[in-house]
Ligand binder design. Sequence first.
Ligand SMILES: C[S@@+](CC[C@H](N)C(=O)[O-])C[C@H]1O[C@@H](n2cnc3c(N)ncnc32)[C@H](O)[C@@H]1O
Length: 219
Amino acid sequence: MKSKLKRFEINASRENVIEPGKEIYFEIKGNWKKTYFKNAHPLTIELACGRGEYSVGLARKFPDQNFVGIDVKGDRLWKGSTWAFEEGLKNAGFLRTQILNIESFFEENEADQIWLTFPDPRPRKRDIKRRLTSPRFLEMFKKILKADGWFRFKTDNTGLFNYTLEEINQRPDIRDSAFTHDLYNSDLRAECYDIKTRYEEIFTAAGEKIKYLQFRFVK
Ligand SMILES: C[S@@+](CC[C@H](N)C(=O)[O-])C[C@H]1O[C@@H](n2cnc3c(N)ncnc32)[C@H](O)[C@@H]1O
């Protein structure tokens, strides 16, 4: 297993890792297709991607689409970056940033789809603002997502899932929503392609059912 420092060193020289210190980091907003992927294919973002199982899994499945995994932790991104690099997947990239800064990296309507995979549940009341499905984050995601774009959210955590359902139920700008508290016994299973993330494996082994929600914004 490579040390964190070694991973950071590799990330610094990897073309598929976009992070502070690289020129492209400051120029990528609005330019993912033109500057990075160099094609006009649809763009999916995976938020809180960790090792990026969805970014890489979907990139394998959909060679004619582009995928960007976002996480603040470079050692986790290194894993996804390495899978993509070793498999020659040119349609997957990884952005190291705080999601709070997402609008510095994506133009309005730049994303065709957003996945949010097993974000930290932030159960404490004082951390509600930090939940990635709290109103300020949903507003940002709405901006960068195209009008027809799907928002897809997968979690093991019942508290965060129910909080999110309450949030979207009280918003007037949500359409086409569908959800399940038990993905693997649901018609929605096909929407997720049976891709399992690291945290999904961990929580499934601990007996948690996987929850899933999809919706679109009215824009
Ligand atoms: C529970 S892990 C899930 C990782 C992966 N999606 C999975 O399912 O295996 C949550 C991830 O979100 C990242 N994260 C949490 N808050 C973040 C934020 N505000 N901005 C960027 N990444 C964040 C963490 O670094 C961590 O990798």
